[in-house]
Design a protein around this ligand. Sequence first.
Ligand SMILES: [Zn+2]
Length: 454
Amino acid sequence: MNLRVIEGGRDAGSVSGLLVTGASAIASLAGGLRRGAAQDDVGLFDAAVVGGLGSPDAPVLACWEGRVVGVGPRATVEAALEAAGLPVARFARIDARGGLVTPGLVDPHTHLLFAGTREAELRARQRGASYLEILEAGGGILSTVAATRAASDDELLDHGRRWLDEMLDHGTTTVEAKSGYGLDLPTELRLLEVAHRLGSEGPVDVVPTFLGAHAVPAEFRDRPDGTEAYVRHVIGVQLPGVAAQGRARFCDVFCETGVFSAEQSRRILEAARPLGLEPRLHADELAPSGGAELAAELRAWSADHLGAPSDAGIDALAAAAEGERPVVATLLPTTTWFLMKDVHAPARRLIERGVPVALGTDFNPGTSPTPVLPLVLTLAVLQLGLTPGEALTAATVNAAHAIGLGDEVGSLEPGHAADFVIWRVPNVDQLPYWPAADLARIVVKRGVVVRERT
Ligand SMILES: [Zn+2]
């Protein structure tokens, strides 16, 4: 396989190898999921501590045919490449110009695909309306559902491309994308198919998640048993259809007081698993509803939001973290911010209890319309008390594990995808320090330069 490489704005021709030099530091995030004190360890190779950029021990990143083959001190990596029969002279060079290099960011929680916008809800919230009040009044998710059902596949594809493009601009190279604005089988299948197509087009990888249980749709709401009838519809009609289609990798449920109970969420997720759809959960976003406990019990891949978990829920996640595959706590601070709430997810308690923490944008038209994952890092530092290192871990290796791709993306180590970002800042602390700034200078996906700013 030969890869096209654009170097310095010029096409460098087809080459198989890429060598990134001139980095002030490389945060490899190598070594797997991190929790507890290790969440702050970004696997840093720092030029300053080995004699500067000119030193033979200055860090480099080597990639071959879209995969990482070496990261670490230049002399060591180059010797290893030669020994492996990969002559360094045949590698295209990228000069990081004193910038930080990290893995491509992984956004483990988005509602990428929808139609319409909901800016009017900002004014309603300013007048004091709550999220659930807006939903009860037929706004919120339901207005997006109506617009999404009416949208064509091409409209959804164009929308998806536009926002994936912006995510990529800010360094995100892998995205989880939930359905959940169809709430009927045909539209849910269309959303999953569009998500799959977008991922196939590239360059951003897209992991589709089925979220039929996102809200109770209008046609079920007038019935006295509406929520229960819709749960049966999700289990009996939507899940088999989604499984037969074969696009979704996960099943998610919005487990929240006034939406789906923990018991209903359990039934849906337990029906999904034998169909090959692994569980993840919107848990305790607004109030404790048993979501964290359920995520721990089912060994879900992640428990998301966790704005208000119970003490028992945190205990359950801490106990699950001792197991072979911990439940990742995926926190979404831009949502709290955009909803103008001042109660934040207990991030420090989760980390201190050994629960691995990830961060996502929750990109959606109602409660977090931002594609900018580095902004999430800023809020995680300012509002959740994470260190910049903990936040970077949360948006790379831990996020990758939360969507089942920990062996493929989210860290720079031999065999993993050559997905990385060269930033216009020299150290990890500066990533959250410039809120929403354009910090990604070069973005590489599977060894190919897909973004370059001069
Ligand atoms: Zn969500």
